[in-house]
Design a protein around this ligand. Structure first.
Ligand code: COA
Length: 257
């Protein structure tokens, strides 16, 4: 299958899904979201036991949702977009095999959320990660308010979302967002080794282990996603959202109310 903004390579039970919009640091518009969803489904059809998510190029994993694309959204448009982003989060959470985010650079906003939705996270020493939405006049809308809480203490999640902190790889590792930091040039060799080791495990046990581990967190996630989706989309059209996103696109500092 061929797509415009993602590529998928499957070999020896391992699928590598690469988001490929280098001109926008792999930021995601609706085409990208659709294609990521299609590529995950294709990896599942091809029975890849391990799915690696990464970004094309040397600078970015995924720099977030595409701000230029969504800056004029109405609340109903934003709600529909939140639903689509959260569908991808669900696709990653419910992928039967193991998902690994190979974080090769910037992972902000939706990029951070998709990394958090993977089972494991390995980062290059050059990676930067964070839920940066607050400085655009919005909040995380693709699961960040729920997924961060699964990984880090409540106080850390609050600090990340309320301050919109951008963590470097070692800080993110120290605070529990990512499992491992490796030299930039060694990221894919390292992830390939991990993926090969996991792909050689007994399939049904691997899938059952993931399903059971996920069950621990499942209680509140649907109601949490629902609250987040409504809160996120309700911010579209507010003066601060319009100002925050216009300022980004116009490359200037925002002036909030
Ligand atoms: N949406 C749309 N376009 C984006 C983007 C995003 N989330 N992130 C980066 N881009 C685009 C820039 O507009 C720029 O496009 P241009 O070359 O046409 O002007 C290009 O990618 C390169 O980005 P630039 O900001 O010039 O690179 P940089 O190295 O100075 O900074 C970042 C990189 C990632 C620090 C910066 O782009 C950034 O802060 N991006 C937004 C991150 C964010 O808040 N994401 C959450 C969105 S909800």
């Amino acid at each position: 299958m061929s797509w415009n903004t993602v590529t998928l390579d499957v070999a020896d039970g391992v699928a590598r899904l690469t988001v490929d919009r280098p001109d926008a640091l792999n930021a995601m518009n609706s085409e990208t979201l659709d294609e990521i969803g299609d590529a995950i489904a294709e990896a599942e059809r091809e029975e890849a036991r391990v799915l690696v998510l990464t970004g094309a190029g040397d600078d970015a994993f995924i720099a977030g949702a595409d701000i230029d694309y969504m800056k004029e959204f109405s609340t109903p448009e934003a709600l529909a977009y939140a639903e689509r982003g959260q569908d991808v989060v669900r696709d990653l959470l419910s992928y039967p095999g193991v998902t690994i985010a190979a974080i090769n650079g910037y992972a902000f906003g939706g990029g951070c959320e998709f990394a958090l939705a993977c089972d494991l996270r390995v980062a290059s020493e050059r990676a930067m990660i964070g839920q940066t939405e607050i400085d655009l006049g919005i909040i995380p809308g693709w699961g960040g308010t729920q997924l961060l809480q699964r990984l880090v203490p409540d106080e850390t999640a609050r600090r990340l979302i309320l301050f919109g902190e951008r963590l470097d790889a070692s800080d993110a590792h120290e605070r529990g967002l990512i499992g491992e930091v490796v030299a930039h040039g060694e990221l894919y060799d390292h992830v390939d080794e991990m993926a090969a080791e996991l792909a050689a495990k007994p399939r049904h046990a691997l899938y059952a282990a993931k399903e059971s581990l996920n069950a621990f967190h499942e209680g509140g996630i649907e109601s949490g996603l629902n609250v987040e989706r409504r809160a996120w989309s309700g911010l579209f059209g507010t003066p601060d959202q319009r100002e925050g996103m216009a300022a980004f696109v116009e490359k200037r500092d925002p002036e909030f109310e």
